[in-house]
Design a protein. Structure first.
Ligand code: TYC
Length: 102
């Protein structure tokens, strides 16, 4: 087992252990079939956006092809993607949610 023999070595260890987690954008993609109201509901339910924010994000996605719903560490982002995609499938909409590393 290696030992810490200097302040510099201690700082190396501390820096390594407190590095901030990599962050991931959760993305919603546009499609031609998912109702606008359903996308607004997703943004309110899973991403804690209010009605105005949700409508703005939904329209950005509709016009630009995709949009950012939130930014999270990997485990949280991955869970949101799985939950949103399952919810969409359950309601028979093709809406696709995905991840992008920042
Ligand atoms: N383009 C869809 C429509 O016209 C609306 C939509 C918006 C779908 C955002 C997906 O992520 C999306 N009904």
């Amino acid at each position: 087992m290696s030992k810490i023999g200097s302040i510099e070595q201690l700082e190396d260890v501390v820096e390594t252990e407190v590095a901030p987690p990599s962050m991931y954008q959760v993305i919603l993609n546009n499609d031609d079939y998912t109702p606008m109201d359903f996308v607004v509901e997703i943004l309110q339910t899973f991403f804690n956006k209010n009605e105005q924010e949700s409508t703005d994000i939904m329209l950005t996605i509709h016009h630009q092809g995709k949009g950012v719903c939130g930014v999270y560490p990997f485990d949280i982002a991955e869970t949101k993607v799985l939950q949103v995609n399952q919810f969409s499938r359950d309601h028979e909409h093709p809406l696709l949610c995905s991840l992008e590393k920042i």
